[in-house]
Design a protein. Structure first.
Length: 308
């Protein structure tokens, strides 16, 4: 059975993701208020190590980067490169050892518990294996962050109904995760991540457990969420096509460092670092241009970064 699609109207159906037009058209006021350059996330020389058997291993080494409001920013790299550790620093699931970090215009080097709670509320996250609660229905999974935030029942129900609609799961509200397909589970994960109306959505290998067609559906949904709500998305993936299609800019990680970064087009068309070259060549995603074209025609959308 094909995945159901979010029933949202696509404004400007012919061109769905138009990087330049979208970036200039978007209201950047919020980001500009938050950081001088309109950034949502700014890291300066961030490092993070783990101790094990008396040894210190650096997962992240001196990373500096800025992610602008409203962009879809990709982080790619082979397994063990430090990608997950890096984005877990963005919402302080991991505490960095050194360096400066600003999220939503706020320094979180010495943030209090309540400041960290505010950051977590404004930074949603989705995962490769969905991390749903198996004993809760779709609706109750989506309501969980709202319950934690103390939102009254009526309001929770209203918000979860909106989110169910947004992610295309109408009719499945009472289903349990075990009754859902992988794509549907990720839709619940997305809805839950959006419950508190975050400004940033972190995606750690969010499509890596899904088949190519379902991956397409989820990417479409994420791109639509970015476009409709202006939510900044940070997307980790080892699947090149995923990043190539929806990310505006990309950073390549290797051994804890960012070894290359630039617009998605630049990085994929003219990879400079050996790791980037290897990743581009080792792409195993396997969707051909003709399949993509058919999909685009069917959905009336167009991906920005693919020439077909
Ligand atoms: N909690 C942890 N304890 C010890 N080592 C860790 C921990 N998390 C990650 N690492 C190590 O940090 C490095 C980077 O891991 P990770 O950030 O998960 O990379 P990626 O997401 O790119 O695969 C790896 O060597 C990994 O073993
Ligand atoms: Mg990882």
């Amino acid at each position: 059975m094909p995945e159901r699609h979010a029933k949202l109207s696509f404004s400007g159906m012919g061109v769905f993701i138009l990087q330049k037009a979208k970036r200039t058209k978007r209201d950047k006021g919020l980001g500009q208020q938050r950081g001088k350059g309109g950034y949502m996330i700014k890291l300066k020389n961030i490092s993070k190590s783990f101790e094990g058997r008396g040894e210190k291993t650096y997962a992240v080494r001196g990373v500096s980067l800025e992610i602008e409001q409203g962009e879809i920013f990709g982080i790619i790299g082979f397994s063990g490169a430090g990608k997950s550790t890096l984005i877990r620093i963005f919402n302080q699931l991991e505490e960095h050892d050194s360096g400066e970090i600003h999220i939503l215009g706020k320094s979180i080097n010495h943030a209090s518990h309540s400041e960290i709670a505010t950051i977590r509320k404004n930074v949603g996250m989705i995962f490769q294996h969905f991390n749903l609660l198996w004993s809760r229905t779709v609706q109750k999974n989506i309501e969980l962050p709202l319950e934690i935030a103390g939102v009254p029942k009526k309001e929770r129900e209203k918000r979860s109904a909106e989110l169910v609609k947004l992610v295309g799961l109408e009719g499945r509200e009472k289903a349990y995760p075990s009754e859902l397909s992988g794509g549907q589970k990720q839709r619940v994960g997305i809805a839950r991540a959006l419950a508190n109306k975050p400004e940033i959505l972190l995606c750690d290998e969010a499509t890596s457990a899904l088949d190519p067609k379902t991956t397409e559906d989820i990417l479409l949904l994420l791109a639509e969420i970015n476009q409709q709500f202006g939510i900044t998305i940070v997307m980790i993936s080892h699947q090149m096509e995923v990043v190539r299609r929806i990310c505006h800019r990309v950073a390549v990680m290797s051994e804890g460092k960012i070894v290359e970064s630039g617009s998605a087009c630049e990085v994929f068309e003219n990879p400079k670092h050996d790791v980037t070259k290897q990743m581009v060549v080792s792409d195993d995603y396997g969707v051909t241009a003709s399949v993509l074209k058919e999909y685009e025609q069917e959905k009336g959308v167009r991906y920005a970064n693919i020439a077909v």
